[in-house]
Design a protein around this ligand. Structure first.
Ligand code: FES
Length: 150
């Protein structure tokens, strides 16, 4: 696999003040740009913010929205919180795994889509909930999930 094009990195780093409390915003920007956290970017963040690299990695591994492995171009998240579970999220997961061709927690081989579980997203009245690239879709049935075009 080719190394990612990092030409945008200096601009991203300079878009935020060089202060330690900018760690999470910078990691979020990097995740958004490369759909993962390249090692080169983490080292650059450590240097720019004068934060030990180990702390950068600790924060990067704490947040589920941040990932060391590249996520797919499209992100499908299935809520596995209690309300969604009771309303049939398991059937939704099964339908999505079949229609998208990827197991929950994985990224399809072509890099087009990642299917991952999330905890309650605060839309329990709409259970079961699926998030497509961050947009909430409520009352998703297994049949609707099977027809989700990604
Ligand atoms: S449990 Fe799924 S949105 Fe709350």
């Amino acid at each position: 696999m080719a190394a990612p094009d990092m030409t945008a990195l200096p601009g991203i780093l300079e878009s935020r003040p060089p202060e330690p409390n900018e760690l999470l915003p910078l990691l979020t920007l990097i995740q958004g740009r490369w759909r993962c956290l390249p090692e080169e970017a983490l080292k650059a963040v450590s240097k720019r913010l004068a934060i030990p690299l180990a702390r950068v990695y600790a924060v990067a591994s704490f947040y589920k929205a941040l990932s060391f492995a590249p996520k797919g171009e499209r992100l499908v998240q299935v809520c596995c919180g209690t309300a969604c579970h009771l309303k049939g999220s398991q059937a939704v997961v099964g339908a999505l795994e079949k229609s998208l061709g990827v197991k929950l927690g994985g990224t399809r081989g072509d890099g087009k889509v990642t299917l991952e579980p999330v905890n309650c997203v605060g839309a329990c009245a709409l259970a079961p909930v699926v998030m497509l690239d961050g947009a909430v879709r409520g009352k998703v049935t297994g049949a609707a999930a099977a027809g989700l075009a990604v």
